[in-house]
Design a protein around this ligand. Sequence first.
Ligand code: GDP
Length: 425
Amino acid sequence: MPVIAVVGANWGDEGKGKITDYLAREADFVVRYQGGNNAGHTIINEFGKFALHLLPSGVFYPKVINILGPGVAVNMSAFLSEIEKLVERGVPRPDVRISERAQVLLPHHVLFDSLEEERLGKESFGSTKSGIAPFYADKCLKIGLQVNELFDEPLMRARLAKALVQKNVVLEKLYGKPPLSVEQIVEQVAAVRERIAPYLADTTTLLLEAVDAGKTILLEGQLGTLRDPDHGIYPYPTSSSPLAGFGAVGAGIPPWAISRVVAVTKAYSSCVGAGPFVTELHGEEGETLRKRGGDAGEYGATTGRPRRVGWFDCVATLYGCRVQGATETAITNLDVLSYRDSIPVCTAYTLGGKATTAFPVSRMLDTARPVYEEMPGWKEDITAVRSFEGLPERARQYVLFIEKRIRTPIKWISVGPRREQIIMR
Ligand code: GDP
């Protein structure tokens, strides 16, 4: 059986959690390979409604081994409390392992994230303030801490002392805040270290052996192509690569083992945080779509912030699918559009007076204007439909129209937020 990456084709919030939860029933492993608890993967199944932040979306199946790979930002307290909350709500205690090579996201990363967003004011990036950017910056600066290193006290203290030399200058001089001490951080670490120990594992060996044994492994991406630091809308990306290609790196498996890439996209567009968004709707039209979108309106699963919404963007999604290397697509939230008489779909951008279907570099996006084609609406409740043939003719046309333009087979169509509300083609 294959290694399947489930990733976002757009700006994130495409419904990856739902699709991963659905596919996980046949998986042996579900692996998060990047990002941290800034994720908010909404899942509605027999246990209730959940927004998973750090835990992989396989945690509802007792047989699945859930892994946080070396590429993940591990906020230890957030991890422990997320598991406990799940168990309190009646979910069997999941099997979760954290790579001993993963690095820890510490309270001062959260502090720096908040202080910087505050300092930037109107220019802020719309960070979830979970500490993700400072965490990955420290990793690149080689002053981060791998989770195994927390158990080597002299090493940990020496690394923290090195990090604080520069951090305290910034804290005091730029933000006007009191400096941090090694002792303070060690105390914070000590409070959770022993509780995290049972979850640590050599997940690299575990996954390499699983690949050899032909086990089914799902790699679960966070956010989407357009938030990739290299391929996305720089300077508004996230701080780690949400691409399937990075799945091999962040999980620790051979690239050749990934044989399928499922790119998830919504039947319209949504985007949380700052950055260019060509099909964004403002005013009443946007407000209506926002209120009707998702399972309870388009509001961030982690922050509760209203998401920006717009019509489906074939230019961004074609690019998103191709950069991901999508072998197939899942389109979610088709049911949301049932209220429309007709539905605009962006099939090209006008840029410098010319139409293009190639996704341009970020700085050109502000001047790009969407070219819309109008599709007829179906005006029928489709939430109980379970086969492609069972969909109204116009809903099928809408899906086929998009499929042609994103040049990737649409294999799943999600018609409601719950696990069973899905059509396989
Ligand atoms: P993720 O981060 O990619 O997992 O996506 P989010 O959970 O942040 O956002 C997806 C939103 O769409 C959530 O509110 C889901 O409950 C909701 N959702 C997913 N699929 C469907 C669907 O087919 N129909 C509706 N109405 N909501 C859906």
